[in-house]
Every structure is written in structure tokens, then in C-alpha cells.
Design a protein around this ligand. Structure first.
Ligand SMILES: [Zn+2]
Length: 243
């Protein structure tokens, strides 16, 4: 059965870099994907003469190209790149998006990650976006009494069945992306102002190899997944998702 999948990330390219292989597989299986971008990535330029509007226009055009590859809809929230905080305003906006799209699966950042791969300090926007997404998922999206103004907009509570978080140090789900790896690199490189094919392939092959090692997969994406339910006690009784 076709599922609705919603990604909630800070920047254009975050969904593609973190979960692009998994998204390509889901798209090929006929699932409906919506990409929600909290910022437009408006700081994503090294040219001091670039103005903000020009950067936004460029990055939106790149995102349109990448989204077309996934057959995905795009929603942008227009927050300022590099300044993201997990505020109640952001939480309300993410609940609004989830109640509109009504996804079966939400994909977002793991907010607990500060460092990766011995070389990388996680972008504070990624932690803020993940933090806000997790707090929107529980309990606000499924509870009518939180943000009653959304009920007034006609947006009823919704229960998301599964949450897929990454990058993570607590993986419990691995997706074999060997068959779509070349297309994942193309998908990432649709964000041409940020990624060039040579180093992108080397870097993401290293990441995919590392992710696959634990499960004997050549190339993988790994996630921390949670299975949610309308009744939290029932979800605890049911236990974690099968590996
Ligand atoms: Zn990012």
C-alpha cells in the first residue's frame, strides 16, 4: 500500500544527503514523498557579493530539480539559515505541516548528534530541526488540546506511525542502497552550488560503507527508527520495531 512520507529538515540537500538512497527506493515503490525545508539554505554561498534573494532563488531551483527525481512535493517554511532554534513557533509550524500532509512516516535529524566521522561538527540547525521535529511528534501532533489554533484552521490531530532519525549513533534500521548509490550521488549533486560529483562520491561512499559495516552491507543508510501509536502505553507494550 502506498504510504505518505514527510521529511522535516533544516536545509535544501539535508534529506538527500542523509536519506537520499532510502527516499529513491521509496519513490520507486510508489510512496508519496513531501520534502519540508525549514530554511532555504540562504547562507549556502561562499561569494560575499551574492545577495540573499539570489541564493534563495538558486537553492530553490536546485531543490526543484532534486524533488522532481523523487516525484516529491516541496514545502518551505522560510526560517533564516544558520540561526535555527527549537522554538514553540517552529514546533507549531511543524505540527501544522504534519497535520496537513498526514504522513505515515516522518524522516528527520537525530537531535542528539554533535559529532560525526571524526571530522564533522553537526550543524546547529540540524540539531535544532531534529529537536523541534521530535517535540512536534510527541505529543503535539496527536493532541488536539495543544495548539488549539490549528484545530480552528481545520487541522485535526494525526498519529505518525514511524519516525526515522539520522545521522545517528543509535542505529536500529539499515537500508541497502548499493542499487541506488549512483542515483543518490546524482540526487545530492542536483544541489550543484553545494556539491561537486568527485568529492561527493568519495565522501558519501565512505559514509555508506561505514553505515553498512555493522550489517554486512556494502553500502547502506542507517537510522534510529521509532514505532509510534495513538496510545503510548500500547506502543510500549508492542516493543521496538523489528530490526
Ligand atoms: Zn544541512
Amino acid at each position: 500500500m502506498s504510504k505518505r512520507i514527510l521529511t522535516l529538515f533544516a536545509h535544501p540537500d539535508d534529506a538527500e544527503t542523509m536519506a537520499g538512497g532510502t527516499l529513491l527506493k521509496w519513490a520507486a515503490e510508489g510512496h508519496a514523498i513531501t520534502l519540508c525545508l525549514i530554511t532555504d539554505g540562504d547562507k549556502g554561498t561562499a561569494d560575499p557579493n551574492d545577495n540573499r534573494d539570489a541564493v534563495i532563488a538558486r537553492r530553490r531551483a536546485e531543490q526543484t530539480t532534486a524533488a522532481a527525481r523523487l516525484g516529491a512535493q516541496v514545502i518551505t517554511l522560510g526560517y533564516e539559515d544558520g540561526m535555527l532554534q527549537p522554538t514553540l513557533d517552529l514546533r507549531r509550524n511543524l505540527v501544522r505541516v504534519m497535520r496537513r500532509v498526514r504522513p505515515d512516516i516522518v524522516v528527520a535529524n537525530d537531535p542528539t548528534i554533535w559529532f560525526r566521522h571524526g571530522t564533522y561538527i553537526n550543524h546547529p540547525d540540524h540539531r535544532a530541526a531534529g529537536h523541534a521535529a521530535v517535540e512536534a511528534l510527541y505529543p503535539a501532533v496527536k493532541k488536539a488540546s495543544i495548539f488549539p489554533e490549528l484545530i480552528a484552521e481545520g487541522l485535526q490531530p494525526h498519529v505518525v506511525q514511524e519516525v526515522w532519525l539520522g545521522p545517528t549513533g543509535e542505529a536500529n534500521t539499515w537500508v541497502d542502497i548499493a542499487g541506488v548509490f549512483d542515483r543518490k550521488i546524482e540526487l545530492i549533486c542536483d544541489h550543484a552550488s553545494q556539491f561537486s560529483p568527485g568529492p561527493t562520491r568519495v565522501a558519501f561512499e565512505r559514509i555508506a560503507r561505514e553505515a553498512g559495516q555493522e550489517r554486512g552491507l556494502a553500502l547502506a543508510e542507517s537510522f534510529r527508527t521509532l514505532r509510534l501509536a495513538a496510545n503510548t502505553v500500547q506502543s510500549l507494550a508492542d516493543g521496538p520495531p523489528a530490526p
